[in-house]
Design a protein around this ligand. Structure first.
Ligand SMILES: Nc1ncnc2c1ncn2[C@@H]1O[C@H](COP(=O)(O)OP(=O)(O)OP(=O)(O)O)[C@@H](O)[C@H]1O
Length: 282
């Protein structure tokens, strides 16, 4: 369980980017974080692993108070938090396998990492995650020989090889075509279910989020203004998040929601809709 309690971030000279954000994400749940540009989505994700230091409030992962950790404690805690980026953040001249193994750097000593002598158990783990993301045939390819979708699969494998409890995902599909975007979202949701990972996915594409995640959180000007299942994200909620607009073409109505994505061979996992997770009017 990831717990954010009254998380606030005020950048130097800036207004508050996050104000009193409280959120609980249980193991296995994928939250789609939506909101207009500048709403604080990236700041929120980065405050969780303290790439950005929160000004106040607390982040807990299970029983661990991440906000109270020293530098060395934080290094260890970050092993438990996999991060996936929009631009993949791969080392272009390194192979797929080497990029994935870099996810184990938090576990191996400096010299082993420097000499790229990873323990066999790490190599075995890397093969296993590469098989899961469908890249076993590409392990020796250089990262710069891959398509965008394949690169993002490497990014996902690198996060998974850490054996995290939590995935922090920042715009994973922003550089991908619509079909590849669905495949990547599907993969993220599936691996979170398989491994019982909590995840926060920062995503601009509302329809894509609605298609795959079981819970949507809407941020506006650093505050949570919506929290509920995707089929409760109606015109009023979208207006609360983004402002006045004709939302009729954006909203997936209940009938569409039951149909799921259109490719028969790529049925999206039906996100559970826990009865307890009602929309919060905020
Ligand atoms: N390093 C920084 N220094 C000062 N202000 C910042 C910094 N990073 C972000 N901000 C400000 O904090 C606010 C939230 O920014 P953030 O990048 O978290 O929003 P976002 O919702 O992720 O936006 P986008 O969807 O455009 O990526 C914005 O007003 C932004 O200008």
């Amino acid at each position: 369980m990831l717990t954010l309690s009254r998380l606030t971030k005020r950048y130097a000279k800036g207004d508050a980017a996050l104000t009193d954000v409280s959120l609980e994400v249980p193991a296995g749940q994928v939250v789609g974080l939506i909101g207009p540009s500048g709403a604080g989505k990236s700041t929120l994700i980065r405050c969780v692993n303290r790439l950005v230091e929160p000004t106040s409030g607390a982040v807990r992962l299970g029983a661990l108070d991440v906000t109270a950790l020293s530098r060395s404690g934080l290094r260890k805690a970050r092993r438990r938090m996999g991060m996936i980026f929009q631009e993949y953040a791969l080392v272009e001249r390194l192979s797929v396998m080497e990029n994935v193994l870099s996810g184990r750097l938090g576990y191996v000593g400096f010299w082993r990492a420097f000499l790229r002598r990873f323990p066999q158990a790490d190599v075995d783990r890397a093969f296993a995650v590469l098989e899961r993301v469908g890249l076993l045939d590409h392990v020796d390819k250089r990262a710069d020989e891959l398509s965008g979708g394949q690169r993002q699969r490497v990014g996902i494998a690198r996060a998974l090889v850490q054996e995290p409890d939590l995935l922090l995902v920042d715009e994973p599909t922003a550089s991908l075509d619509p079909k590849t975007s669905r495949q990547i979202m599907r993969l993220i949701v599936e691996v979170c279910a398989e491994r019982q990972l909590a995840a926060i996915v920062n995503i601009h594409d509302v329809a894509l989020a609605q298609m795959f995640v079981e819970r949507i959180v809407g941020l506006k000007a650093g505050r949570i203004v919506f929290d509920g299942p995707p089929d409760t994200l109606d015109a009023a909620a979208l207006t609360a998040i983004y402002g006045e607009e004709d939302w009729s073409r954006t909203i997936r109505d209940a009938d569409d929601a039951d149909e799921g994505p259109d490719e028969a061979d790529e049925e999206a996992p039906r996100a559970p809709r826990p009865a307890a997770l009602g929309a919060r009017a905020l």
